[in-house]
Design a protein around this ligand. Structure first.
Ligand code: APR
Ligand code: PHB
Length: 403
């Protein structure tokens, strides 16, 4: 068993772990990242690409915003369509100037990875963490395997940035861990193609055939989603079938602009709302998907991970720079307030924009749920104050400060 030590051990080299590592390094706080997959595998995961300003500011503070600034696209608004009627949510006007940046998660992860490599910080890829010990002591340890050898890493603090299927969350004793979950009765079939986006801005489509989303990665690369039943298999969706269905769900005006082409990636993801409370135990902190999951309808997954990173960065900076150990206790409460706002917005957008017709809920209630949600959407889209409520949450609520 080879023994290592550091100040902060980070489990997971996804966006949460990499961003935290860069920020801590800026403060001279030593950290080691342990990642179970290869770097290429981490980069192969296709995920959302809408960044709140708070995320953009953090990446700038980490000194990794070069390519994002150059290649990211600022979006001042987006469209929600209800059948063929389109409503533009003018975020910039409705929120007093706030906007979002469209830049793929894969790209931001690549930028953070390259920055970490250039800074010479230690990252162990292909190295699964097998155990987390003594988190209630002042020197917790994690054990991992790297190239067939066993390692024990001792540290002051552990950041569990290991996603929904990671090991960290289970380290919080079930006697104090509360998990809240809602699984939706449908999934999203996503397609990536090197075709020009159907529109300059994103279009979230409510349609009687099912939800669709028209998103993008650049002026030449598009990302589309279709709501599908959980029983669907990606191999049953040839490109032609996908494009035909998307054309029927997009508002007519957009559908006529659609440029189709061969898919370069296709996959189906389930939708769930999930929160683990508390988000810390002893010297272990859960960050991002390790602690919470949102349905992607509100574009909050990556952005909630960023606000957790921001809070943990503030806590650890205060610990190491001011010797303030007491502030550790604030982490979970500060994160959860913003997490629950993001969960609620994502759940609300999902309820308003998807078809629940086949679901148990809808059949139990004889269709009143969909009528109520249809009216909710109509109200918020046709009232200026309603659109402002959507805009305020889409651009992202302010980050919470430590006391
Ligand atoms: N040991 C080491 N690494 C692990 C372990 C383990 N036991 N378990 C999981 N990991 C790694 C995974 O391989 C993955 O690379 O932790 C990383 C977690 O990354 P993400 O799942 O991307 O989670 P996070 O960094 O919080 O990013 C959240 O990613 O899933 C999307 O929609 C989500 O946009 C959001 C963002
Ligand atoms: C994406 O571009 O993948 C994307 C954008 C917005 C969402 C979800 C996914 O709400």
């Amino acid at each position: 068993m080879e023994r290592l030590t550091t100040q902060v051990a980070i489990i997971g080299a996804g966006p949460s772990g990499l961003l935290l590592g860069q920020l801590l390094a800026k403060q001279g706080i030593e950290n080691i990242i342990i990642e179970r997959s290869s770097g290429d595998h981490v980069l192969s995961r296709i995920r959302a690409g809408i960044l709140e300003q708070g995320f953009v500011d953090l990446v700038e503070e980490a000194g990794c915003a070069g390519r994002m600034t150059e290649e990211g696209h600022v979006h001042s608004g987006f469209v929600i369509s209800d059948q063929d009627q389109q409503y533009r949510i003018d975020m910039q006007s409705l929120t007093g100037g706030k906007v979002v940046t469209c830049y793929g998660q894969t790209e931001i992860t690549r930028d953070l990875m390259e920055a970490r490599e250039e800074s010479g910080q230690q990252t162990y890829y292909d190295s699964p963490v097998n155990s987390i010990e003594d988190v209630e002591s002042s020197s917790p340890t994690i054990c991992f395997t790297h190239q067939g050898k066993e390692y024990q890493l001792s540290c002051d603090f552990i950041a569990g940035c290991d996603g929904f299927h990671g090991i960290s969350r289970q380290t919080i004793p079930s006697s104090i861990r509360n998990e809240y979950e809602r699984v939706y009765p449908f999934g999203w079939l996503g397609l990536l193609s090197d075709t020009p986006p159907v529109s300059d801005e994103l279009i979230y489509c409510k349609n009687e055939r099912g939800f669709a989303l028209a998103s993008q990665r650049s002026e030449t690369r598009s990302r589309y989603y279709l709501q599908v039943p959980l029983t669907e298999k990606v191999e049953d969706w040839a490109d032609e079938r996908f494009w035909d269905e998307l054309k029927q769900r997009l508002p007519k005006e957009a559908s006529e602009q659609l440029v189709t082409g061969p898919s370069i990636e296709k996959s189906i993801v389930p939708l769930r709302s999930f929160v683990c409370e508390p988000m810390q135990f002893g010297r272990l902190f859960l960050v991002g998907d390790a602690a919470h999951i949102v349905p992607p309808t509100g574009a909050k997954g990556l952005n909630l991970a960023a606000s957790d990173v921001s809070t943990l960065y503030k806590v650890l900076t205060r610990v190491y720079k001011e010797g303030d150990l007491a502030c550790i206790a604030q982490y979970s409460e500060v994160c959860l307030r913003r997490v629950w706002h993001g969960e609620r917005f994502s759940w609300w957008m999902t309820n308003m924009l998807h078809e629940f017709g086949e679901s148990e809920l809808a059949s139990q209630e004889g269709g009143i749920f969909e009528k109520l949600m249809g009216s909710e959407l109509d109200y918020f889209l046709t009232q200026p104050h309603g659109q402002k409520i959507i805009a305020d949450q889409y651009v992202g609520l302010d980050y919470e400060e430590l006391k």
